[in-house]
Design a protein around this ligand. Structure first.
Ligand code: ZN
Length: 468
């Protein structure tokens, strides 16, 4: 009999574990949001559409510095109040897309029973783009140049004031603080991007744990086993030092159980669609956990077991074991290259030497090949550049073109550098451009690195195309 009850309990717990979140997310992903950036114009038509749905209430929370509307969506009428806000940093939009996936799921006809259940327990307040001005210029800060997430005390930005007024008015029990993080964060010691990082922010310098922070930690601990299955060794914990100017920390101090979600990179996933759907699934999981209270069984040790982000643990590209000669000194080096965006997108040598322990979005073993500086091909007369001609020039050691760009007629889709700002160097140099030849022992050019893109010369194929 006891054994029978134990089996029933075990089966029940398995079913609960499986019900942590939805697995069939695909039909609910909002089309049109798989983009490098999201602005108000991307989501405003969706919000207008939802405004007609009696299942939720859409209001204008207020206006940004440049008078763009900031919307508030309200769902449910339960006593447990949850507040979620995304894109307070204008260039961090992954969660904004996920919130619309979540809305699609919640309002789908087949979810009526589920929806009615949690609507009776929870009132959910969503601010899906707190910083529309920053979104318009793809910047972290607002139109005043203020980082809204450092304005929780000074409240000099209208956007920050709106968020604080909302929190004071509704006094949420739970807060979902939704961000994107730098793609160079690795998940602890794993050589992988932290695709999701979570944190229950501290409310004081001693990082003490009170009831409200404990609940936030338990919400995170509750989803950890599921995340570990979804993205093994890609889960991180965000830096937990106390930052009183930040909203998460300030809200934690106001007794709001706040979880910080940082969407991060993933290999072959430039627009962070993996982090997006995990965000969506996390919201469902947390709504379920708040309704049932099941998260209160989660152990804080599961939270503590999440490794901290390893800042800078990831590189965009690592070329390992390249032969390099400087003066008369011969060395075998790993070369780490990162892409930067400051106006144009360019690649820079970020680190040289032994890069064991680092991860990379793309990594190639180039042992047996030697670094060689490229040459400039002077454009003095018209040049028709098709694949074959380009291959010939690269074999001759030309990595770029100089002179009158109008003389060059491109008939190739391969990357072509004309009058590059960061020329090729006689030897690899930190913080300098990433353009050079890789030659074999016979001096033949085998591969060419063109502004961080590695071209296999025989196959005429870029091995790490931009955007992956
Ligand atoms: Zn952020």
């Amino acid at each position: 009999m006891n054994k029978f009850i134990l089996i029933l309990l075990w089966l029940g717990s398995m079913m609960l574990a499986q019900a942590t979140t939805i697995e069939n997310y695909q039909p609910y992903l909002q089309p049109g949001l798989d983009k490098a950036r999201l602005q108000l114009a991307d989501i405003e038509p969706l919000i207008k559409q939802y405004a007609a749905d009696p299942a939720l209430k859409v209001t204008e929370l207020g206006r940004s510095v440049e008078n763009r509307p900031i919307y508030l969506l309200q769902l449910g009428q339960g006593e447990k109040r949850v507040m979620a806000w995304s894109q307070m940093h204008g260039d961090e939009h992954t969660a904004t897309a996920a919130l619309f996936d979540f809305l699609n799921y919640t309002l789908a006809p087949e979810q009526q029973a589920w929806r009615e259940q949690w609507f009776s327990e929870i009132t959910l307040y969503i601010v899906p783009m707190l910083n529309p001005d920053g979104a318009a210029r793809n910047s972290r800060v607002n139109a005043q140049g203020i980082d809204i997430n450092r304005d929780a005390l000074a409240l000099q930005s209208p956007e920050g004031r709106l968020l604080m007024q909302l929190a004071r008015r509704i006094q949420p029990h739970y807060g979902f603080n939704l961000h994107d993080q730098n793609r160079f964060h690795a998940a602890g010691d794993a050589p992988n991007p932290a695709t999701i990082s979570l944190l229950a922010p501290a409310y004081n310098a001693a990082r003490e744990i009170n009831d409200s922070r404990r609940r936030a930690m338990q919400l995170i601990a509750h989803v950890k086993p599921w995340l570990d299955r979804q993205i093994p060794d890609h889960l991180g914990r965000y830096n937990d030092s106390w930052s009183p100017r930040s909203f998460g920390d300030t809200f934690a101090g106001m007794g709001i159980s706040t979880v910080l979600v940082e969407a991060g990179g993933h290999r072959n996933d430039d627009n962070r669609q993996v982090a997006r759907r995990l965000n969506f699934q996390l919201y469902v999981a947390w709504i379920n956990a708040i309704v049932s209270g099941s998260y209160r069984d989660a152990a804080l040790s599961d939270y503590e077991a999440i490794p901290f982000n390893n800042s800078g643990g990831l590189k965009d590209l690592i070329l390992s074991k390249l032969q390099v000669r400087v003066a008369d000194t011969e060395a075998t080096l790993d070369i780490g290259v990162n892409f930067h965006t400051e106006g144009d997108r360019y690649a820079r040598i970020h680190e040289l030497g032994d890069l064991t322990g680092y991860g990379a979005y793309h990594q190639f073993d180039v042992s047996g090949l030697r670094y060689q500086q490229g040459r400039a091909y002077p454009l003095t007369e018209a040049l028709l550049l098709d694949d074959q001609r380009y291959q010939q020039l690269l074999r001759l050691g030309y990595t770029h073109f100089s002179g009158d760009a109008k003389l060059l007629q491109r008939q190739t889709n391969l990357p072509v550098l004309v009058n590059p700002l960061r020329p090729t160097q006689s030897s690899p140099q930190l913080r300098q451009g990433a353009t050079f030849l890789l030659v074999n022992a016979q001096g033949e050019v085998i591969q060419v690195l063109l502004n961080g893109q590695l071209l296999d010369l025989a196959r005429l194929e870029v091995l790490n195309p931009l955007g992956t």
